[in-house]
Design a protein around this ligand. Structure first.
Ligand SMILES: Nc1ncnc2c1ncn2[C@@H]1O[C@H](COP(=O)(O)OP(=O)(O)OP(=O)(O)O)[C@@H](O)[C@H]1O
Length: 263
């Protein structure tokens, strides 16, 4: 469903490419993990897919196809349509993505307001359903709250609800659990798994932590300095890494966590 072909991105104010010849595919209903250290080009890859690349500040080549439709060179108006209707995006810091002065319910509904003609009551019902799918307790009550009244974990669930409310084909999750404590992180990973199982939405899950990716993704791609150095079945990559950089990422995981869940 998503095909990235030979993507290159170079920012004008940098000497080397942020993304150098990355090719990746995500099948219908698949969750692909994308790992690598800070600055390896994961977010720039996701931004290219989401149509969020600052086009005036960089040169970019390649192709990005979502169900056959080219996105990398598409017009802004086409991208805006796709962003709201077919691709949902969730970032690490929900606080910085939410409007502090707008109630949660309105923010979750926003995509529907912009991209559909749906009547108000139907929008509200869809927002409640999305919040329930994101496992927010008491969605009706939370609709009336402001962002500062929710915990970090709850806010991230609200962001996920906003990203799925228009039933996108693809969800881009850029370090969505990194800022959360481990218990909340585990609960959100479980929720994402269930969401994928029940709605069939495909996901690109970005993390610098290979151990987190293992919990969610059957397939993983590893990036280093803009280049895709390894890709394959997550367990295979984890237990038999082919690239020294992947080994380095694995070595960075505490041994206690590495042993758990060994098949
Ligand atoms: N708007 C921009 N202008 C110039 N350089 C940029 C811009 N956005 C990203 N970069 C550079 O592109 C490279 C890749 O960054 P990217 O954010 O994709 O890395 P990442 O793997 O997602 O890391 P992190 O986890 O820290 O976000 C980095 O060197 C970064 O500084």
């Amino acid at each position: 469903m998503l095909e990235i072909q030979d993507l290159h991105v170079k920012f004008h104010n940098r000497d080397r490419e942020a993304v150098s010849g990355v090719s990746l595919t995500i099948q219908d209903g698949e969750i692909l993990g994308l790992v690598g250290e800070s600055g390896s080009g994961k977010s720039v890859t996701a931004m290219s897919v989401a149509g969020l690349l600052p086009r005036k500040q960089c040169d970019y080549t390649g192709r990005i196809l979502l169900d056959g439709q080219e996105l990398l060179h598409a017009d802004r108006s086409v991208l805006r349509e796709i962003q709201g209707a077919e691709i949902g995006v969730v970032f690490q810091e929900p606080q910085s993505c939410m409007d502090p002065l707008m109630k949660i319910g309105s923010q979750v509904e926003e995509t529907l307001r912009i991209h559909t003609q749906m009547p108000k009551e139907e929008r509200h019902q869809r927002a409640l359903a999305a919040m329930a799918a994101a496992e927010l307790p008491d969605p009706e009550g939370i609709c009336d709250k402001y962002p500062h009244e929710l915990s970090g974990g709850m806010l991230q669930r609200a962001m996920i609800a906003a990203a799925i409310v228009n039933r996108p084909k693809l969800l881009l999750l850029d370090e969505p659990t990194t800022a959360l404590d481990v218990t909340i992180q585990a609960q959100i990973l479980e929720m994402l798994k269930k969401l994928n199982r029940e709605s069939g939405v495909s996901m690109l899950f970005i993390s610098h932590n290979l151990n987190v990716v293992r919990k969610l993704c059957r397939r993983v791609a590893v990036m280093q300095r803009g280049v895709l150095v390894e890709e394959g079945d997550t367990d295979q990559v984890f237990y038999h890494p082919q690239h020294p950089y992947t080994q380095k990422l694995i070595d960075a995981i505490p041994t206690r966590n590495r042993k758990e869940e060994r098949p």
